[in-house]
Unconditional design. Structure first.
Length: 81
């Protein structure tokens, strides 16, 4: 993230869904839209995320299918001016 000089980085290598704040920036992990099997974690839930970006504010909605039910979580963050 620092090498790219970005405040928010979307990473696709991790099958687990979520947003992690680390050293003043955010890493966003969208998960797996298909819930494809992973040898690291055999219980992968299908998931995707939606980013609403407006100026320096971002709202991240994470949609995850858990036991046949859709779970939606929301994370908001912004860059200080």
């Amino acid at each position: 993230r620092r090498r790219l000089n970005v405040d928010v980085l979307v990473c696709g290598w991790r099958r687990k869904t979520g947003v992690v704040e680390y050293e003043g920036g955010y890493y966003i992990f969208p998960g797996s839209i298909t819930g494809a099997y992973s040898s690291h974690d055999p219980k992968v839930n299908p998931s995707f995320l939606l980013l609403a970006v407006q100026g320096t504010n971002i709202v991240c909605y994470v949609y995850e299918l858990i036991n046949g039910e859709v779970d939606v979580s929301k994370t908001e963050f912004s860059k200080e001016q």
